[in-house]
Design a protein. Sequence first.
Length: 253
Amino acid sequence: MASYKVVEIESVSDYVDYCESERIAEEERENYVDFIFRGQSSDWPLWPKLARIEPKGPLYRIEKLMFNEFKRVSLPFTPTNVHDEWDRLALSQHYGLPTRLLDWTYSALVALWFAVCDPPKDSDNGKYGVVWLLKPEKTDWIDDPSDDYPFSNKISTRIIRPKVITERISAQSGVFTVHKINSGGRIVKLEKHIAFSKKLVKILINKENYWDIRYGLNMLGVNNSVIYPDLTGICSHLAWRYTFLVDELEENT
């Protein structure tokens, strides 16, 4: 049975108020560690992409094969600020390789944008989008990544602050959970992980409220041009600014 809390919000102000109430509660128990957040347009499990593939062999071996091949063929495209295995793992995650990393953000508003930025799709799971709020403690973090090899399964699932090797990591206040592959070759969903489930809150957003929350976030300076600091982000923002998305059209006609 899930031990995380579940709440529902209807507006940006509801959401900010709730996050603030959780922060105050944590400080009262003398936990001053920063929260991290993950926004999802549907209620999917907290699994990294590596856990969602069908590998052609044992997961740990396929992970290493993919990563080693990525290192071999990506050299002409690798930024000069990429120096160690953690950097390369973050880079491969950024470009879509299945890895044991799961994206989070320090920014509550960025996470909310990821949950509501697109209109609901018929293929989405259920009627809610989700922001996961994680209230970690100091021991949940990898303090010195150089001491913990990314592919070591001797360490438990932890959180890591990546080096800022891409503009998006900076713009999105990016952070990762690093998931252990257990002895059975599986990755435990974070919401069912014994060390994390009680530290999580699932914040539900009814998909009928996406459009309104989207406009509220834009008023606060959170939109695609900020989260994706490149020409793609600018063009995506301009297209939205001057046209209606499907769910907005229904509300404004």
